[in-house]
Design a binder for this molecule. Structure first.
Ligand code: SF4
Length: 481
């Protein structure tokens, strides 16, 4: 490893959700081994150079400190371009992302694949303008400083992207950016050193999603927990999810960055109450949403997630009664889709029940071309009004495969980040800004770092409960989405 070098990298995008793509590129740069993102310029727009008519570029320059050698950094930059779906079929075609190394302290490269300092940077205002925010006194190969070179290209059209973006990167914000980027880099370093895999639910904070190895819904994360070869699982979600991972992977250490992050819906059903309901309906099959405690899972015949609830209800013989816990809304939706009568526990998600039919009406008036996609934890009245009722993984599939350009999303707000990452190039609006699950937001980047540093807090499930709950959880995983 080398001592950390100062590097400036130009980012550009003119295809898809450019702002989101640049944000993702910054997070991926910060996640490179031995690398911290120290500063980011504001965003600038400019017309493409040398190509046929196409959309304007969004440009930015970022400053890194990295221990990667120049060629390793280039390989990392190219991996980021691949991950963000850059196509190299047409030389001057539009692209989701450009990641160009402009400058690497004390290094000069003349290989056509690694020309550093970048040979055309002094001619281009869209490079010099953001670079001047970070390093106006940097002396370029011509002997001029960045500020002097910038004065010579003022005739080129380069505009600040938008007022709100400018506000997001005020001068002097570098420390804030550096703090988060440095924490991100340290988390990735420790995860590797400790053989840990980081799993994050779709409702987690964007920066927590960005540092994770896998982001997904309960079912997807359960599968990752079971299949991952890692020794340690850092579970960024709520308590029942970490418990489910501990049930599926007893030989791994399951750690929750904030062990107090619970799920109010999961706490609405208790083992004693469920035992009483089972006694009143002997012979009934108990289907429990995965949002339940291990003790309730141990009393259940099969678990389900919102992605496979309908399939699981359909799989139960028609002559059997079915008890469904704890979510009355998911249960009512699954009953309708599967054409079955269910005995519903009267639990609910307080976050999804905040969405009202009036919110849908108002949101539709504001975005008349948007399709409404809601989660089945919403009330039946809200689900009735939607164009689609989907689990979080279903929302991604639906929006990626659908030809609309705008969507109103009725679920926890963290999902909008995931949609922007996975289905860029479309607009996503929340049905209401109120749908923030306080428990899901308890996990912060700092807590993820502390969890890795302290090897805890560890979540365990006692062996007796685990053995009973495992059957129900394994059946859920086997059925799949
Ligand atoms: S969004 Fe609802 S179901 Fe999910 S963790 Fe929060 S309270 Fe529980």
């Amino acid at each position: 490893m080398l001592d950390p070098a100062r590097v400036f990298i130009a980012l550009g995008s003119n295809l898809g959700d450019r702002d989101a793509l640049l944000r993702r590129a910054r997070a991926l740069l910060a996640a490179l081994p031995g690398t911290a993102l120290c500063a980011a310029s504001r965003l600038y727009e400019t017309a493409p150079v040398g190509g046929p008519d196409q959309d304007d570029y969004l440009n930015q320059v970022v400053e890194l400190r990295t221990s990667l050698a120049p060629w390793d950094l280039l390989a990392g930059a190219q991996e980021i371009e691949n991950e963000l779906d850059r196509r190299r079929l047409v030389r001057w075609g539009p692209r989701t992302i450009d990641v160009d190394i402009l400058w690497y302290d004390d290094f000069e490269g003349s290989d056509p694949r690694l020309e550093v300092p970048h040979p055309r940077m002094e001619e281009r205002r869209f490079v010099l303008e953001p670079l001047a925010e970070l390093a106006p006194d940097l002396v370029l190969p011509s002997g001029r400083t960045v500020a002097e070179a910038l004065a010579g290209v003022q005739d080129q059209d380069v505009r600040l992207f938008a007022a709100e973006t400018a506000a997001a990167y005020p001068r002097g914000s570098e420390n804030r950016v550096m703090d988060q980027a440095a924490v991100h880099a340290e988390i990735r370093r420790l995860a590797k050193a400790k053989d840990a895999v980081i799993l994050a639910h779709n409702y987690q904070r964007p920066e927590v999603q960005d540092v994770a190895d896998f982001v997904g819904d309960s079912l997807g994360l359960s599968r990752q927990a079971a299949a991952s070869p890692a020794r340690v699982i850092i579970f960024c979600g709520v308590h029942f999810m970490a418990e489910t991972a501990a049930i599926l992977a007893p030989n791994k250490t399951v750690i929750m960055p904030d062990v107090n992050a619970g799920c109010p819906m999961a706490e609405m059903v208790d083992a004693e109450g469920l035992k009483a309901l089972k006694a009143a309906h002997p012979g009934a099959v108990v289907v429990s949403y995965v949002n339940t405690t291990a003790a309730v899972k141990a009393l259940s015949d099969i678990c389900c997630t919102s992605a496979n609830a309908v399939k699981i209800v359909q799989s139960i013989p028609a002559d059997k009664e079915i008890i469904f816990t704890p979510d009355r809304n998911l249960g009512a939706w699954a009953a309708k889709k599967a054409g079955r009568q269910l005995i519903l526990w009267q639990g609910f998600c307080p976050t999804h029940e905040l969405i009202d039919v009036v919110d849908i009406q108002l949101a539709r008036e504001k975005h008349p071309n948007a399709k409404v996609v809601v989660h089945p934890e919403c009330s039946s009245e809200v689900a009735e009004m939607a164009d689609a009722v989907e689990s979080t993984s279903g929302m991604i599939r639906f929006c990626c495969n659908d030809d609309a350009k705008e969507y109103l999303i009725g679920t926890e707000l963290g999902m909008l980040h995931r949609l922007r990452m996975d289905c860029p190039g479309k607009q996503y609006y929340p049905v209401t800004e109120l749908t923030i699950c306080p428990n899901m937001k308890m996990t912060t980047l700092d807590k993820v770092l502390k969890a890795l540093q302290n090897d805890g807090p560890v979540v365990t499930v006692d062996a007796g409960t685990r053995a009973k709950a495992l059957l129900a959880v394994e059946r859920m995983v086997e059925v799949g989405p």
